[in-house]
Each structure stands twice: as structure tokens, then as C-alpha cells.
Design a protein around this ligand. Structure first.
Ligand code: C2E
Ligand code: MG
Ligand code: MG
Length: 395
């Protein structure tokens, strides 16, 4: 299982070190380097041309301790997965996960002494399963040009698809997130990564936003008229929030379709929301005062502090799917999930998990006390016309 992985084992006790090396060899690992302390370990990482995949390190070492070693790895832009060979207190584990994440690496988990081959096997499996997903906007360059996208917008080829948000306790459908889809005449249904950043970079995202807001407000109004008590979530690019007139324009788009702002949740990504730009904050406050719900999207990817979170009047915290996807099997993801839920509880806002793909994910989220979830396990985003029928069948 570990045949093609490159390991570095850092441990000051010679006996412990050779025991771990033997264990890894018994799992089929062929490339293992050893170091007795942080200094020589850093030297090895500098000298070798190919990077390590997994670094196994003790925390309690003479000279440079594990913490300093990890920091130096981060500074050297090492991107390995880490395994820590010391039992860590639960309260420290969470901080450790965040710290390692901040240095651009990830913690696969800890191995208590004496280590066992089974535990190493488990963590190697985690390494394979949890290799970071490509960032959403970086799934390769778009095959479309800005002109093509703009043409499509003007030809009304864009529409929202809806993905239900489900109450984990009552199993009721609470609403839906509107996700932009381009019905391209030749290419079929085109996903957002092919056009969102293109539009944002050219300062043209507002065109799409108006279409999404107007159509989702209209659809939501129709659902509500048909007796379905649902709200709708729309993604907002932070680029828009720089314009001091935007809050009024958004309100106008929504009320124009006969929908009240309190039935609309605006989602802003965590990295964008943690701004101190006056205009943006002003807009967020104004939108909240108009009655819109405000959601922090992709939470957990932006390292915001509790203090930053309290500064903005959010009503919902949406945990990024990367933590949900691996929570059932990866200790570090579960820690982030649990601490995010704790954060939402402290702030008194609704928690939403995105990317629940299996029954296992679903049950874990429910048991951890998450409020709402969305994900392929229940439904993929669907066209507006199919949504009310889907809601009735689900009930
Ligand atoms: P997001 O707001 O975080 O939306 C969630 C994404 O996760 C959606 O991808 C959805 O289809 C996907 N997803 C839902 N359930 C699952 C699951 O169980 N497993 C997995 N692997 N994925 C799941 P999509 O539709 O490709 O959208 C990507 C991103 O594009 C969105 O991320 C959002 O940031 C952006 N986006 C979409 N529509 C708009 C829009 O109208 N305006 C703006 N500014 N951004 C938008
Ligand atoms: Mg979203
Ligand atoms: Mg998200």
C-alpha cells in the first residue's frame, strides 16, 4: 500500500526509530529516510530532489522540538502529510491541525507509543483518500473565452440549478442553494469553475448575479405560493460588495419578484467575508438590516478568528465540503468539523454541512449536532422545474 510513498522518520530514540522503519517496511514502503533530530531532518529535506510524501515525527525531541521542526518545514514550503508519534491531548489536537494547515501541510493523525503497523496502515490509507482536492476555481483553465461567456449570458443560456438543504434532525427540506449552470448549445451543461473566475477577473460577475438573483427569487416565490415553506440561497461574489449601491440593487432584484429578503440567504466565501474593507462591511450590515440571511461559505478554508466572525452579522456557517468528505475517516477533518460546529453554536447561528456524499457522512453530521446538510447523498443540484416535485416525493 505504501510502495510508492516516500517517508521520512524523525525520532531521537534509535530503538523506536528502527522499530517504526521496520513497521513501514512490513507495509511495503520502499523509500524511508531517517533522522535523529529536527536539524538533520531539515537537511535531508533540503538535499533530496524528490519531496517526501509523509513525514513521521515525534514532538518531544531535544534541540529543535517537533513544533519548531514543523514550522521550519512550513517555511521551507514542504507540502508533506504529517504523522505525529506522541499521544496528544484532544484540546491540543485541534490547534495542531489548524497550525499544520496554516503551514500548508496536513496532519493525517497521531500514533501513540508503542506504534502498531495497523495504525500506520490506517494513516497511509487516509493519505491516499485525503489528498487535497483541486481548488474550485483552479480545475484547469476554462475552455471558454470571456466573450463566449458574455454571449451565453446575453442569450439567456444561464440558469440556477437547485440543491436541497435538509434539516438533519427532522429530515425536512428547509430550502435550496442556487448553483449557476450554463446550458451551452454544443458543450452541454457547463459548471461554474469554467466561468465564475473568468467573470470575476473581468469585473463582469454582476451580470450573472442579477440573473441568478432574479431567477432564484422568482422560483422561490413560486414554491412558496405552492405551499412549500422554503428559502433560497444565492452565492455572492465579494467583488460586488465593493459597490456602495449594491445592497439596494440586490433588495430591488428580490422584491421585484415578489419575494421578501428574509427568504433569501446570501452566501459569501469565508476568505472574502473576513475583510476589513469599510464598503464591504457597510454592505453586509445593510443587507442584514434589510432582512437577508448571511452565510459564510466554505468555512474552514480561511482561518478566521472568533473575533473576526463576530464582527459581521452572519446567520449561517457553511462548513467546507473538504472537511465533511473525510470526517468519518480522518481525525483531522473531524476535528475541524467539530470545532466549526462548536463555533456556530457559540455564535448562535445555523450550521450547514456541504458535500455529504454517503450515509456515513450523514449520520456523523447528525450525531455531531450539525443543523442542516446538503450533498449528493440526498440530491445533486437539479433544474427548477424538477425541484417542487422532488420536495414532495422526499416528504
Ligand atoms: P459552493 O457555493 O461551495 O457550492 C457547493 C458546490 O459543491 C457546488 O458545486 C455543488 O454542486 C457541489 N456539491 C454539492 N454536494 C456535493 C457533494 O456531495 N459532493 C461533492 N463533491 N460536491 C458537492 P458547483 O455547482 O460546481 O459550484 C462551485 C462553486 O461555484 C460554488 O461553490 C460557488 O462558490 C460558485 N458558484 C456557483 N454558482 C454561483 C453564482 O451564481 N455566483 C457566484 N458568484 N458563484 C457561484
Ligand atoms: Mg455556496
Ligand atoms: Mg461552499
Amino acid at each position: 500500500m505504501g510502495k510508492d510513498l516516500r517517508f521520512l522518520v524523525v525520532e531521537d530514540h534509535a530503538f523506536q526509530r528502527s522499530m517504526m522503519v521496520e513497521m513501514l517496511e512490513s507495509l511495503g514502503v520502499q523509500s524511508i529516510h531517517e533522522a535523529a533530530d529536527g536539524f538533520s531532518a531539515l537537511e535531508v529535506t533540503r538535499e533530496l530532489e524528490q519531496p517526501f510524501d509523509i513525514i513521521v515525527t515525534d514532538i518531544d525531541m531535544p534541540g529543535m522540538d517537533g513544533m519548531a521542526f514543523i514550522r521550519r518545514l512550513g517555511e521551507a514550503k514542504v507540502r508533506a502529510s504529517l504523522i505525529i508519534t506522541s499521544g496528544l491531548d484532544k484540546s491540543l489536537l485541534g490547534t495542531m491541525v489548524t497550525m499544520i494547515g496554516a503551514y500548508g501541510m496536513r496532519l493525517l493523525g497521531t500514533v501513540e507509543k508503542p506504534p502498531t503497523p495497523e495504525r500506520f496502515a490506517e494513516l497511509i490509507t487516509t493519505h491516499w483518500q485525503s489528498r487535497p482536492a483541486p481548488a474550485k476555481t483552479k480545475q484547469g483553465p476554462s475552455t471558454f473565452s470571456l466573450e463566449q461567456v458574455m454571449e451565453g449570458l446575453h442569450a439567456e443560456q444561464f440558469e440556477p440549478y437547485y440543491q436541497p438543504k435538509i434539516d438533519l434532525r427532522t429530515r425536512r427540506v428547509k430550502g435550496a442553494e442556487a448553483l449557476a449552470r450554463w446550458h451551452h448549445p454544443h458543450a452541454g451543461v457547463v459548471l461554474p469553475y469554467a466561468f465564475i473566475s473568468l467573470l470575476e477577473d473581468a469585473d463582469q460577475i454582476s451580470e450573472l448575479t442579477w440573473i441568478m438573483l432574479a431567477k432564484s427569487a422568482k422560483d422561490c416565490r413560486n414554491w412558496r405560493d405552492a405551499g412549500l415553506d422554503l428559502n433560497v440561497s444565492v452565492n455572492l461574489s465579494v467583488k460586488l460588495l465593493d459597490d456602495p449601491a449594491i445592497a439596494d440593487a440586490i433588495t430591488w432584484q428580490v422584491t421585484q419578484q415578489g419575494l421578501e429578503p428574509k427568504h433569501v440567504i446570501l452566501e459569501i466565501t469565508e476568505s472574502a467575508a473576513m475583510t476589513s474593507v469599510g464598503h464591504v462591511l457597510e454592505n453586509l450590515i445593510r443587507l442584514r438590516m434589510k432582512g437577508f440571511g448571511l452565510s459564510i461559505d466554505d468555512y474552514g478554508t480561511g482561518y478566521s478568528s472568533m473575533q473576526q466572525l463576530t464582527r459581521i452579522p452572519f446567520t449561517e456557517l457553511k462548513i467546507d465540503q473538504s472537511f465533511v468528505l473525510h470526517a468519518a475517516r480522518q481525525e483531522s477533518s473531524r476535528m475541524i468539523l467539530e470545532s466549526s460546529l462548536e463555533m456556530a453554536r457559540k455564535l448562535g447561528i445555523t450550521s450547514v454541512a456541504e458535500g455529504a456524499e454517503s450515509a456515513e457522512d450523514w449520520n456523523l453530521l447528525r450525531d455531531c449536532g450539525c443543523d442542516l446538510a446538503q450533498g449528493f447523498f440526498v440530491a445533486r443540484p437539479m433544474r427548477a422545474a424538477s425541484f417542487p416535485e422532488w420536495v414532495r416525493t422526499w416528504a
